[in-house]
Design a protein around this ligand. Structure first.
Ligand code: HAM
Length: 414
């Protein structure tokens, strides 16, 4: 026998219950985001490499080290999307959508690809739920999208999460702050920084602030932060976003060291982080990116958006969302097989979910199967039950067993 072929490192197969969790996330996202006017957009998984180099930024980790890039048979450099935003912007520009609508709201979801070191909550093929609101420049749009995100998270059962927000300034105040940060960083003992920070110091100094290496964090703990150096317009924008969140009861906290890993952000940025899923705790990241559409060759349309990692959300979902089967039919004698088949179908036609055993087996084995399936009730059928037109109903949670007439079984599932 030849060796079985294994899956690619960092790429996962998704069985139950994760596949059910994904369906639940997609459906809830579509429903909640729809309430706010988002419509679904599906963009290709492959794009021209240039789109990400220009959109995300040449100096970002994503573009420098993490993209799946290869030439196609015609010699064009293509990249499997590492995120959805750049592709949504390309589609928006290509469709000329700005001409017909002053506000466009897109929801997109699907697989993204980043060549990162796989670990818990970090894959090379992962999935995002992604929303982009294009058109409005007002702080109300920022507050609305953050409120919508928290509405969605609460709808999927994640009530205890708080959004962290920050402002990254704009093209007026950020260059001045960047210079201040560079001047401050010039005094750092470069040899004590991690290799990434040594590079970032010169190419992308803001990212010094969100390095996860403890030694780097200690060295940069007194670094100046953007929020203390934003211009009056950016400050007013930020304050208005915070005030609107307060008015709507959305829990938020300032994280002045949040800089985000993609270069297109300006002004409001936000993340939702959970401490329940290990070191890869960011479940959502997003922010405003006025200027991105223009940089990609489109009209000067501002925008704001976010993406949530579906694998990470799935890890946090309460078990109750995974619908349990209503029944399992245990057939303990061959004589009951036809009756069991008929009963299973009758229950399914009545909207109940469940399975049956296809051969008569010992009771102990059948119970094991019923509890493995996590069925609510086990319906036990033997020759005697068939003769009497009855069934034994075992409640799998309480262990209680009752006899019922076959014709009367539906009421046990109410
Ligand atoms: P991001 O912060 O790079 O932002 O990713 C968003 C979310 O995707 C993260 O918070 C995380 O939950 C998930 N994620 C990222 N990388 C991985 C991975 N390797 N494995 C598992 N999950 C991962 C963006 O992608 C932006 N495009 C978000 C955005 C939309 N900003 C504006 N619009």
């Amino acid at each position: 026998m030849s060796d079985p072929i294994k899956r690619v490192k960092g790429f996962a197969d998704m069985f139950e219950p994760e596949s059910t969790a994904f369906t639940f996330l997609e459906n809830t996202a579509r429903r909640i985001f729809g309430l706010y006017g988002y419509t679904e957009l599906r963009t290709p998984v492959l794009e021209r490499t240039e789109l990400f180099a220009r959109g995300i930024g040449d100096e970002t980790d994503v573009v420098q080290k993490e993209m799946y890039t290869f030439p196609d048979r015609g010699g064009r450099s293509l990249t499997m999307r590492p995120e959805a935003t750049a592709g949504v912007m390309r589609a928006f520009i290509e469709a000329g959508a700005a001409a017909s609508q002053s506000v466009s709201k897109f929801f997109t979801y699907g697989p993204m690809f980043r060549y990162e070191q796989p670990q818990k909550g970090r894959l090379r093929q992962f999935h995002q739920l992604n929303c982009e609101c294009l058109g409005p420049v007002e702080p109300g749009a920022d507050a609305e999208i953050i409120t919508m995100l928290m509405h969605f998270l609460s709808e999927i059962g994640l009530e205890d999460l708080c959004v962290e927000i920050n402002s990254l300034g704009d093209k007026n105040c950020r260059p001045l702050y960047r210079q201040q940060l560079l001047d401050w960083a010039a005094g750092l003992p470069e040899e004590e920084l991690c290799p990434d920070c040594r590079r970032r110091m010169h190419t992308n100094p803001l990212r010094l602030l969100d390095c996860k290496v403890p030694a780097c964090q200690a060295l940069t703990k007194d670094a100046p932060v953007m929020i203390d150096h934003v211009c009056p317009d950016c400050r007013a924008h930020f304050d208005e976003v915070c005030a609107l969140l307060d008015k709507n009861g959305v829990p938020w906290k300032l994280n002045p060291r949040m800089v985000r890993g993609l270069d297109y952000y300006m002004r409001t940025t936000f993340e939702v982080v959970s401490n329940k899923i290990g070191s890869q705790g960011a479940v959502t990241g997003g922010g405003r990116y006025d200027g991105l559409i223009h940089d990609l060759g489109g009209p000067d349309v501002p925008g704001i958006g976010f993406a949530s990692g579906m694998e990470r959300l799935a890890m946090l979902l309460p078990e109750t969302i995974l619908k349990r089967p209503d029944f399992y039919i245990a057939v303990v004698e061959d004589a009951a097989m036809d009756c069991a088949f008929e009963l299973a179908q009758k229950l399914r036609l009545a909207g109940l979910r469940g399975e049956m055993s296809f051969s008569a087996k010992k009771m102990k084995q059948q119970m094991k199967t019923a509890s493995k399936l996590n069925a609510r009730k086990c319906l036990i059928l033997g020759g005697l039950e068939v003769e009497n037109r009855t069934v034994q109903i075992k409640d799998m949670d309480s262990g209680e067993q009752t006899e019922a007439a076959l014709s009367d079984i539906a009421r046990f599932f109410e």
